[in-house]
Design a protein around this ligand. Structure first.
Ligand code: SIN
Ligand code: FE2
Length: 214
């Protein structure tokens, strides 16, 4: 098992494009509290492998918190106020989550960001997320804020066309990516998670993506 490369050598923000950047370690101080919230909420709304429209189970397991949750099944993608697994509303967005997302958006010049949805992703070794746009939100003025926890991953940052060749950036525990404005609909994804052992999450990576859906 590989032990090196679990943590970034230095704190270094990376500009991805207009309105888009990696904020290195921005969430590091909050990371363990964020993970505790994820584990608590996943008792209320379990991680599940949603199906794509084509009927394939996604390798990333997910649940949501907030007023709206992103769901995918054979009928397609949508935001739903009710968790289809529990038939109950999604768990509330913790204040810590709201505050962090608001501060990260603000750092890129997107003031007053109040997300109404947070998708919680869980990657195990081999999980990946193919290139996609986040375009199921009615509000495209608000940015996307994405928080990485646990094992590092390779983030794929493409262009406005699916075929644009993506740049590859390592995302470490506590890193936050913000993309909005002219970069709001950029194609992005995550390469296959590699095996390692992280002190906070073991052999897993969590990701939070905050969205304002309406
Ligand atoms: C996403 O695009 O929804 C997740 C990105 C990530 O896991 O870093
Ligand atoms: Fe996404």
């Amino acid at each position: 098992m590989m032990q090196a490369d679990l943590f970034a050598d230095e704190k270094r923000d990376v500009e991805l494009g207009p309105g888009a950047a990696i904020l290195s370690r921005f969430a590091l101080d909050a990371a363990d509290a964020l993970i505790a919230h994820i584990e608590r909420m996943s008792v209320l709304s379990p991680f599940r492998h949603m199906e794509t429209r084509g009927g394939k189970a996604m390798s990333v397991a997910m649940f949501n918190c907030g007023a709206w949750g992103w769901v995918s099944d054979r009928s397609g993608y949508r935001y739903d106020a009710i968790d289809p697994v529990t038939a109950l509303p999604w768990p509330d967005l913790p204040t810590l989550f709201l505050d962090l997302a608001n501060r990260a958006a603000d750092a890129l010049g997107f003031g007053g960001f109040v997300p109404d949805a947070c998708l919680v992703n869980r990657y195990v070794v081999g999980s990946r997320l193919s290139l996609h746009q986040d375009r199921d939100e009615r509000d495209r003025d608000a940015p996307i804020v994405s928080v990485s926890l646990g094992l590092p991953a390779t983030f794929l940052w493409g262009g406005h066309k699916r075929n644009d060749r993506p740049a590859r950036h390592r995302l470490f525990h506590g890193d936050v990516v913000v993309w909005g404005g002219p970069s709001r609909l950029v194609f992005h994804g995550v390469d296959e998670l590699k095996d390692a052992d992280h002190p906070s999450t073991g052999a897993m990576r969590y990701n939070l993506t905050f969205r304002k859906t309406r």
